[in-house]
Design a protein. Structure first.
Length: 314
């Protein structure tokens, strides 16, 4: 196996350990002026370095809120602190995927894990946010995308940010709900809005650059940045956006799931009924012509999402 190239230096998070909120690795910047509460979250998965790099950049370079308040959150720090460039996949989580626990039944339930303990500690921050940006990265080198969910408010926010240029509307995973879909964020009638941005391949420098740029645009659109600073950020050229509507997620049912090709994501399969994978001898086929494969997983286990299927909606 070839050596994995880590292009993003893992930031030292020790200066941010204490924070100022009583919750480790959570820092709040308050303008002292009325406004919205905006949260940027990184490291739901401990090996996704781009979000940590983006928050580290904000700490060192600014900006600070012109009005309202901004909190910067490092989520699964315990997993991140175990990051080893020789085995970078091992630090994705300690006990379980932190991005599958975001429903009240799980958070209020009896189950225990490192990730659930941290999610319960962070819960008040996310529940009080007006806007949330959750920064992630992908297994394969693929086009960055905004995962906007199914609400119209999330789609509107994704369009107003303008970048990344690809917006994916999906309903999540069978294994459990993501932070982006927690509580009021998934309620069309509630004002709170959350987006998840997949910034690129886990360890490519371009993913960190995308995370920083997307975060600054998010802060400009949500009013944390104002005036010439916001205008400068939003003046950066962006590509025309396109929307993919996900119609279904393929969930692994058996230990013997395998794709028939080395799919990396955004492949368009021209014909309905094309076999793309087998799951314990069962064919997995495309449901319609021009089916787009979204984020096919390279790590396939029962109950986990293998790939999402969608089509361009524009």
């Amino acid at each position: 196996m070839s050596k994995i190239r880590i292009e993003i230096p893992p930031p030292d998070l020790s200066p941010y350990r204490e924070g100022n909120t009583g919750i480790p690795y959570v820092t709040r910047f308050d303008s002292g002026k009325p406004g919205l509460f905006v949260v940027v979250n990184a490291l739901i998965h401990g090996n996704e370095l781009c979000g940590a790099a983006a928050l580290d950049h904000l700490f060192r370079e600014g900006p600070r809120p012109a009005r309202g308040a901004l909190s910067l959150v490092f989520a699964d720090v315990e997993a991140y602190l175990g990051f080893d460039p020789a085995d970078p996949l091992a630090s994705r989580c300690r006990d379980e995927d932190m991005n599958r626990v975001w429903d009240k039944a799980t958070l209020d339930g009896p189950r225990s894990s490192s990730e659930l303990k941290r999610a319960r500690a962070l819960r008040p921050v996310f529940e009080s946010a007006d806007f949330l940006l959750d920064l992630h990265s992908m297994q394969s080198s693929s086009t960055p995308m905004i995962l906007a969910g199914l609400t119209e408010k999330s789609l509107a926010l994704a369009r107003s940010i303008g970048s990344p240029a690809l917006i994916v509307r999906d309903q999540g995973h069978e294994a459990g709900p993501r932070l982006r879909d927690y509580g009021a964020f998934a309620d069309e009638n509630a004002p709170q809005v959350a987006l998840l941005v997949e910034c690129g391949q886990h360890w490519e420098k371009a993913a960190a650059d995308t995370a920083i740029a997307a975060t600054l645009r998010f802060l400009a659109v949500t009013g944390i940045l104002e005036g010439s600073e916001a205008a400068r950020v939003l003046a950066a050229p962006v590509k025309p956006q396109r929307v993919i509507a996900v119609t279904e997620a393929v969930t692994v049912a058996s230990p013997d799931f395998h794709f028939l090709r080395d799919f990396r994501g955004l492949e368009i399969i021209p014909k309905a009924g094309t076999v793309i994978a087998q799951d314990g001898g069962r064919d997995i086929t495309t449901p319609y012509d021009d089916c787009v494969l979204i984020m096919p997983s390279r790590y396939l286990a029962p109950s986990q999402t293998a790939v999402r299927l969608g089509r361009y909606a524009d």
